[in-house]
Structure formats: structure tokens, C-alpha cells
Design a protein around this ligand. Structure first.
Ligand SMILES: C[S@@+](CC[C@H](N)C(=O)[O-])C[C@H]1O[C@@H](n2cnc3c(N)ncnc32)[C@H](O)[C@@H]1O
Length: 180
């Protein structure tokens, strides 16, 4: 099986997993996700376009200022159904392909506990850089015990300026700007 097929298979099994646990996601994960978001929520811009990349059922939404335009994007249609983003800006797909968005579109992107699930996550970083405005901000966390940790850190250091970083119980959390 070639690499693209393997990656697609892994993405499909991730989708099945999250569709399967969608109804229980809130009870399983909200408390711990809020602990992570508490590190950065006060630093979110008050206006502009925000992409919640791998939004799940929308635990982030409560922290987004009302003058922001929130775009919610996730692989799992079942989690998206539960997401209370009341706009029509809800999108189902893989973050490896954000071609529905034009270049330099978002003021900030938040992606919490997502990237380590994606086999070809390098593509996701390329897409984030493409759709973020030059002065945009990426709020990112990933599971710190992930086998992909070193590769993810390598890309962060190569392509981004680290504005702030935090270590919490399960995740490493970063506030990043694109390197000029
Ligand atoms: C641990 S959950 C985190 C959800 C949300 N960010 C939060 O903090 O509650 C991981 C999320 O990433 C999504 N996801 C995994 N792989 C993805 C991909 N390739 N493209 C888009 N979303 C993906 C899953 O469907 C799931 O909603």
C-alpha cells in the first residue's frame, strides 16, 4: 500500500473514531480541553476571522469574542452537528486540504489537540501558513507524549517564531507567528 493510501486510511479511521464517540465527547474531554484553553484564551484577538481547526463539538466557541467571525472545521460530521457555532461557517473535511479558503484569510487559527492525530501533518502546517495572514497568530497544542513530538517541534522551530509556550499535564501549548 502506498503512503497516500495509508495516510487516507488512518484519516478515515480517525474520523470513524470521533464520529463514534461524538455523543460522549463533552463528558470525556471538555474539562481537560478547557484547562488547556485557559492558558491562551485571554490572548485571543477581539476581532477578525478565526479558524477553529479540528473544532470537535466546539468547546472553544465560548472563548471567542462576539466581534470575531468564527469558522469551525472538522473531520467528524457527528461532532460538527453538535457544534454550537450558529453561523453557517461550519465545514467538514481534513485539515490537510484547506483549499476552500483563500490565501491570507484568517487573523488567527486555533488548533487544540489535533495535529498529532494527522499522519501527514506537514501538509497541515503548510495550509495554516497559506491561509493565515502575514501577521496572523496560530494557537496550537498537541499531546506531549505523541511519537510525532520531535517532528512537530522541528517544523515549529523551522517555520514559526515562538511567541509563548506552555507545558500542561497532557499537551504542549504554543502561541506562534509565521517566520518572516
Ligand atoms: C481531541 S479532539 C479535539 C477537539 C477540539 N479541538 C477540542 O479542543 O475539544 C481532536 C479533533 O480533531 C479532529 N481531527 C482529527 N484529524 C483531523 C483531520 N485530518 N482534519 C480535521 N480534523 C481532524 C477530530 O475529528 C476531533 O474533533
Amino acid at each position: 500500500m502506498d503512503t497516500d493510501n495509508k495516510n487516507n486510511e488512518k484519516i478515515n479511521s480517525t474520523k470513524d473514531y470521533y464520529n463514534g464517540i461524538a455523543q460522549g465527547y463533552k463528558n470525556l474531554y471538555h474539562e481537560e480541553q478547557i484547562l488547556k484553553l485557559n492558558y491562551v484564551k485571554d490572548k485571543f484577538p477581539k476581532v477578525g476571522k478565526v479558524l477553529d481547526a479540528g473544532c470537535g463539538d466546539g468547546v472553544l466557541n465560548q472563548f471567542i469574542y462576539s466581534d470575531c467571525e468564527l469558522y469551525s472545521f472538522d473531520l467528524s460530521e457527528e461532532l460538527l452537528k453538535l457544534n454550537n457555532n450558529i453561523s453557517n461557517r461550519k465545514f467538514c473535511g481534513s485539515l490537510t486540504d484547506l483549499s476552500i479558503f483563500e490565501d491570507n484569510y484568517f487573523n488567527f487559527i486555533s488548533t487544540f489537540s489535533v495535529i498529532q492525530d494527522i499522519p501527514n501533518f506537514e501538509l497541515v502546517f503548510d495550509e495554516f501558513i497559506r491561509v493565515l495572514k502575514d501577521d496572523g497568530i496560530l494557537f496550537l497544542s498537541f499531546v506531549k507524549f505523541s511519537l510525532k513530538r520531535e517532528k512537530i517541534l522541528e517544523i515549529i522551530n523551522l517555520k514559526f517564531e515562538v511567541v509563548e509556550e506552555f507545558e500542561e499535564t497532557k499537551d504542549l501549548i504554543f502561541i506562534l507567528k509565521i517566520k518572516k
